[in-house]
Design a protein around this ligand. Structure first.
Ligand SMILES: Cc1ncc(C[n+]2csc(CCOP(=O)(O)OP(=O)(O)O)c2C)c(N)n1
Ligand SMILES: [Mg+2]
Length: 587
């Protein structure tokens, strides 16, 4: 008996040894995905666990990647997208199949629209069953659905192709105009095994994933000739210029030219908003009166009234110079007389070279006219910012936050809402590049907590998220995530009891509240307290300033419920004119 037992045990030990040798000699889809990401410098994954990617997340964490688990995929996706914007490396979001994938897809589409490099990796169900529509667990043809909403979409069916699949996803996300990429990984792929040696060899580190694209010398010369002929030149900086991380060159170009500049929202801080050449406080004047406009990484979309109409002082025609990496962008709305196609860094440096040492300053009459308008508008604004009123209006509350960012220029400001967004953009000066993250091209609500979390994770800097009460609701559950990872994020909810305003009434006179109002006097600060963070409730600008400073000094997760006069806001903030109007509507 004893002999038999010993023999059996010996066999078992031998069997284990063999198994572990086999494990050493084999690898699988799980490990190849992780190894491929690591090899390409991906350090963080944002996602939500579940079948079939729970173990992928666990193994990634075990392998030294930072895996940040969210409460909803849209927020994880937004985090990945803004990580891409901040780092120029694709941000990675990991989701389960069908519903998790769809939740992440909004963020992927938003990333693509905003030109942020991001990869949405979703597990997917059994191909054979999905394709025959036989009703698998979370069945969905995800690849087909993702395709029209992102820059590129790939599926990997064989473990040996994971290296190429990941490489293609990375290249597609960051090269040329960056954008969102979908990578479909069927459940079966993760468990596929292959020889470890061959697996390692199948992986590749992408060489020069975002190659420089040098502008043609003739295009640079043409642009400079047009610029030189200007009597009233203007430079518009877009978030593409911020993304490029060519900060010194962009600043030098603007300063060398002496031309007034206007930053788009997320380009604020490329040059400080307090820079003497900033024309932000004279926006309508410069758009209307400029004769030559040079766009640097900015598109002539709705945010710039498509480059035409009243905003641009038509019928006077303007000449546009446009610097963009995407040739198709040229003439998208109006004629571009001097297109300069290339990456922003290369284009700006070529323009600087072409300008040489003796570039003539713009006519003094133009510079003076801009300054007069700017001083007038700044004076008008400053009285409104100084009021210490209770209840606060947007301006007095933002005056307090403006002082905080002035003291803490390296903090990252996340901002969404309607009035809360539009007024904060105008009031809070930014001093450093890529410190203002907001609703971007779509004006989308819901980016707040995802952006704040990734900003803290990727940069280690303190984050101030200034949120309309409606805007905050779209991602508010992530305060738990903020507490769980103990991130230095201070959320300020501008609580005006609703969307735009908290005073609207139900036009029918019925018992239901109006469509735009929320529970009165809600205490959002309690949400943060529920998870161990710090909650504060403030009603005056002084209190608000003190509370934010305290939160940012402590670095603790904090939510400040800032009571704003419910009657202070206007419908849709600054873009009420976009609401369709019908003559029939008002009976
Ligand atoms: C995903 C999405 N859904 C809806 C909207 C429409 N929308 C624009 S602003 C806004 C909320 C505005 O209210 P709030 O955030 O409280 O800002 P306030 O003007 O009150 O300061 C909404 C719902 C949107 N932009 N994006
Ligand atoms: Mg509101």
């Amino acid at each position: 008996m004893a002999d038999a037992a010993t023999k059996a045990k010996g066999e078992a030990v031998g069997g284990d040894a063999q198994a572990s040798k086999a494990e050493r000699d084999l690898t699988d889809g799980f490990h190849l995905v992780i190894d491929a990401l690591k090899l390409n410098g991906i350090t963080t994954i944002y996602g939500v666990p579940g079948i079939p990617i729970t173990d992928l997340g666990r193994m990634a964490q075990a392998a030294g990647l930072r895996v940040i688990s969210f409460r909803h995929e849209q927020n994880a996706g937004n985090a990945a997208a803004i990580a891409g914007f901040l780092t120029k490396k694709p941000g990675v979001c990991l989701t389960v199949s069908a519903p998790g994938f769809l939740n992440g897809l909004t963020a992927l589409a938003n990333a693509t629209t905003n030109c942020f490099p991001m990869i949405l990796i979703s597990g997917s169900s059994e191909r054979e069953i999905v394709d025959l529509q036989q009703g698998d667990y979370e069945e969905m043809d995800q690849l087909a659905i993702a395709k029209p909403l992102c820059k590129a979409a790939f599926r990997v069916l064989h473990a040996a192709d994971i290296g190429i699949g990941v490489a293609r996803a990375i290249r597609a996300a960051v090269s040329g105009r960056p954008g969102g990429v979908y990578l479909d990984l069927p459940a079966k792929l993760f468990a596929q095994v292959m020889d470890a040696e061959a697996g390692a060899q199948s992986l590749l580190k992408v060489v020069d994933p975002a190659p420089a694209q040098i502008p043609a010398p003739a295009a640079v010369k043409r642009a400079l000739d047009v610029l030189k002929s200007a009597k009233r030149p203007l430079i518009i900086l877009g978030k593409g210029a911020a993304y490029a991380q060519a900060d010194d060159d962009v600043r030098a170009l603007v300063e060398q030219s002496g031309i007034p500049f206007l930053p788009m929202s997320m380009a604020k801080g490329l040059l400080p908003d307090t820079h003497p050449q900033s024309a932000a406080a004279a926006r309508s004047t410069v758009l209307k009166d400029a004769d030559v406009v040079m766009l640097i990484g900015a598109r002539l979309n709705w945010l710039l009234s498509h480059g035409k109409g009243k905003t641009w002082g038509e019928p006077h025609s303007k000449k546009f110079i446009q610097i963009d990496i995407e040739p198709k962008e040229m003439d998208s709305n109006v004629e571009i007389v001097a297109p300069v196609v290339g990456d922003i860094g290369s284009c700006v440096s070529a323009l600087r070279d072409g300008m040489g040492g003796k570039w003539p300053a713009p006519p003094a009459a133009w510079i003076d006219a801009v300054k007069v308008k700017k001083d007038e508008n700044v004076a008008k604004m400053s009285a409104r910012l100084m009021k210490n009123s209770a209840p606060m209006d947007f301006h007095s509350a933002l005056g307090a936050l403006r002082a905080v960012i002035k003291e803490r220029p390296d903090a990252i400001l996340v901002n969404e809402g309607a009035n809360t967004l539009d007024l904060a953009r105008g009031v809070i000066d930014m001093y450093q590049p890529r410190k203002r993250l907001d609703v971007g091209t779509w004006g989308v609500m819901g980016i707040g907590m995802g952006y704040a979390i990734a900003a803290a994770v990727e940069t280690g800097k303190p984050v101030l998220a200034v949120e309309g009460d409606s805007a905050f609701g779209f991602s508010g559950m992530e305060v738990e995530t903020i507490c769980r990872y103990n991130l230095p994020i201070c959320v300020v909810v501008f609580n005006n009891n609703g969307i735009y305003r908290g005073v609207n009434v139900n036009p029918s006179g019925g018992a239901d509240p109006a469509t735009t109002v929320f529970v009165k006097d809600a205490r959002y600060d309690k949400m943060m307290e529920a998870f161990g963070g710090v909650g504060m409730h403030v009603t005056t600008p002084d209190e608000l300033g003190r509370a934010v400073n305290k939160a940012m000094d402590s670095g603790k997760p904090t939510l400040i419920n800032a009571v704003i006069d419910p009657a202070a806001g206007s419908e849709s903030g600054n873009i009420g004119n976009l609401n369709p109007q019908s003559v029939v509507r008002k009976k």
